[in-house]
Design a protein around this ligand. Structure first.
Ligand code: TXA
Ligand code: MG
Length: 343
């Protein structure tokens, strides 16, 4: 049974937050808003709850979950040792869209970590997420609340579309802010390494840590990603998506080629170009001048693209700077690596 809570007012007393917390502590799974995307939360101490999360999402069991906390003192039950660099990142970015990979304690189930000896931990910066974790009284394991392979949910409606009937409840806290998942950083190495680009940029991390490496698999197709989740097809709309890097004229040529085969085309572009492109359907991520807006609307736009009934989808690309690096990482995944570049 899905309970949709429409509005949250006073979080401490809110009955629905108390209810969600109780459900989680009792081993049920509940979708909740965070500042990045909606998560599907379950009691990290309950193997049964963890199994429910994997089942509801249809997620491969070797893909580990992030454990969410509301207070730093919860780290002691999860993490065996906190490297200095991790401490610096927490001071700078918690609560916020940064997930730290740290050595796990015995207490953390391998069901949570996909058999790894490390655990992913994050303190979300969203009043509803914090209130639910507090009400649950336990660390909350939460992957993004989408069916495995689909774009992550940035609204309660997205969650409902993917998981209705498969979970105990959804807390509706409105659209999420960043719209992209947290940055995942491995802090168990001498030099910290970004395993998944996200809300906190490499540039911001380097201001705190000096040098920060990036998983070579994020740059080359010949490497296996260190973050298990990144080896799976992800974020993909149903129609095949191809990224097109180049001029509008070049994109228009590609559209024409496909239309000549009698196929319906859908194009995802930016506000500034929406009038210039001619295709069966044209939609926009938002303004080209505001990559944060593009990030916030990215998954909703990919989900809207699904509804266009286009046979073939094309998308514009963005410079891989700042948040653009995370946006392009998700778009490349959604396109399954299909990208054509103008000579
Ligand atoms: O913003 C977010 O991070 C959202 C919200 C709900 O917090 N959560 C999220 O979870 O995106 P999920 O499960 O969709 O992605 C977690 C990523 C996966 O790529 C997973 O493989 C990686 O983190 N991960 C988790 N534990 C790991 C570990 N011990 N070592 C390496 N990667 C890990
Ligand atoms: Mg996910």
């Amino acid at each position: 049974e899905v309970l949709v809570v429409d509005k949250w007012i006073s979080l401490e007393e809110d009955e629905n937050i108390q209810k969600a917390g109780m459900w989680i502590s009792c081993g049920e799974v509940v979708a909740l808003p965070t500042e990045t995307v909606y998560g599907l939360g379950g009691n990290a101490n309950s193997e049964e709850a963890i199994e429910k999360i994997f089942l509801a999402k249809g997620r491969p069991s070797d893909n580990p979950l992030i454990v969410h906390i509301s207070e730093r003192k919860q780290l002691s039950e999860l993490v065996s040792h906190i490297p200095l660099i991790a401490e610096k990142f927490m001071n700078a970015f918690w609560p916020g869209p940064l997930t730290l990979i740290l050595p796990k304690t015995e207490q953390v189930s391998e069901k949570v970590t996909g058999g790894l000896s490390t655990v992913a931990v994050r303190m979300p910066d969203h009043p509803v997420a914090q209130a639910v974790i507090k009400a649950a009284g336990v660390p909350v394991a939460a992957p993004s609340a989408n069916r495995s392979g689909r774009p992550s949910p940035t609204t309660a409606e997205h969650v409902r579309h993917d998981l209705d009937g498969r979970i105990a409840g959804i807390i509706d806290g409105g659209p999420t802010g960043y719209g992209l998942e947290s940055t995942v950083v491995d802090c168990t190495r001498d030099v910290p390494m970004i395993l998944r680009p996200g809300g906190v940029t490499r540039e911001e991390l380097e201001e705190v840590a000096g040098v920060v490496e990036v998983d070579p698999a994020l740059i080359s197709d010949n490497e296996v990603p260190r973050s298990p989740g990144l080896k799976y097809r992800h974020y993909a709309p149903d129609a095949p998506l191809t990224l097109v890097e180049g001029s509008t004229a070049f994109l228009q040529e590609k559209i024409k080629e496909v239309e000549e085969e009698g196929l319906k085309t859908g194009v995802i572009t930016v506000d500034e170009l929406i009038q210039e492109i001619h295709a069966d359907h044209v939609i926009s991520y938002g303004s080209n001048d505001d990559i944060k807006e593009v990030a916030a609307k990215l998954y909703d736009t990919l989900r809207r693209a699904d509804k266009l009934e286009a046979d073939v989808l094309f998308s514009v690309t963005f410079p891989k700077e700042g948040v653009g690096a995370a946006v392009m990482n998700r778009l490349e995944k959604a396109a399954g690596g299909r990208i054509i570049k103008e000579e």
